[in-house]
Design a binder for this molecule. Sequence first.
Ligand SMILES: Nc1ncnc2c1ncn2[C@@H]1O[C@H](COP(=O)(O)OP(=O)(O)O)[C@@H](O)[C@H]1O
Ligand SMILES: [Mg+2]
Length: 422
Amino acid sequence: MDPKEAEADFMAQRNNDRLRNLESVWQVTSQLQVSNNPEEVLDIALTQAMIAVNAESGTIWLSDKDGEFIYPYLLHGPNIRGMENLRQRIGEGIAGWVTQNSRSQIVIDTSSDPRWTSWYDSHTGYVTRSIICVPLLTANSCIGSLQVLNKQDDTLFTELDLMLCEDLAALIAMTVEKRGLVMKETVQRETLIHLEEVTKTYQMGEVLVEALRGISIDIYKGELLVILGASGCGKSTILNILGGMDKVSSGKIVVNNRDLSRANEKELTNYRKDEIGFVFQFYNLVPDLTAGENIALAAELAHHPLSVDEVLQEVGLLHKKNHFPSQMSGGEQQRISIARAIIKRPRILLCDEPTGALDYQTGKSILVLLEKIARNSGNSVIIVTHNAAFGTMADRVLKMRSGRLIETINNPFPVPAEKIEW
Ligand SMILES: Nc1ncnc2c1ncn2[C@@H]1O[C@H](COP(=O)(O)OP(=O)(O)O)[C@@H](O)[C@H]1O
Ligand SMILES: [Mg+2]
């Protein structure tokens, strides 16, 4: 090829590349403007960024407010299984480094870069050939990073791809800031309950039912947690164990550095009495007692209970104080049972299918109430349900299947319960 022709070729290529970049930026900009749901906004942005550079997988890492950890807020691509749980200290790993230093990194070819030795993930079998990671920069801080791995066509990332990612990351960060999508003040990470390899087996005549097959998880102080799973997967069993209503078959449950799996009956009773509030699908109110009396009963043995009127006020039913359960709707009875659960100021509120017997609107109002309690009281609220839509309101979602934990999802931007639909 003569030099002139080569130059013309080069210019044409460059022009194409610039057009492609502008096109991508345009796509992302216009899409970001139409959506109001933060989760959707970031989802669109990640998808567009991956299309733009033809990436095989992509991650939006977000930092917690303390600036201590980053975690994958969104993961797209074939290597995501098991990564949801990943937490990386800021400064560590490529995404952690980028977030800390607010500087982009490109590893064009991992096989010829001495810094990267083992990009074969034995866990997922995923081989990383080429990496771009760029910071998500707002006016005054770095809120995380955008990372893409591997070109779909087996070629390697270029400097041009890097520039494109930087532009898109700037747009993403700007959107996050403009929408006021500030991360929650702190991601609470103080462990309240620690479960380690917990199993629960029931003997049914000749048959052993393995309800829990090795659950390890920490429950954090002040979090709103949703446990999701189909009927029979072990949700109620795990809730009963967390609430000290049932004992583990093997494994450990540690609360405040106390091993509850070794506790005697009296200690368990005290634990239930002092620390736990329970809300059931069916409200379990005493039919012969008024709403106020049902609630007062729960306060009797508590150390520092709230007043009956206070909790009735909280659930919006002060005017029903002297009504009997049979004189109240399902939704009202559930509110009373929530009032009964919170009067002793439990540190953990356990709710087993709390909307299971309620219609849509009433169910939603109960979720709004539970959310308010979680946000205002600083207590941990755990909601067990088979309804996947509830997951969006939680700080964290645990998915269960057949007695096992199959997935954990962090939600830095929980959707208000009022807005979720199912
Ligand atoms: N007391 C029990 N005796 C025998 N089997 C039980 C008992 N409680 C639960 N199971 C069994 O354990 C499994 C998990 O039940 P459960 O925790 O109630 O599931 P979920 O609440 O997710 O519907 C199911 O197979 C169930 O039949
Ligand atoms: Mg159940």
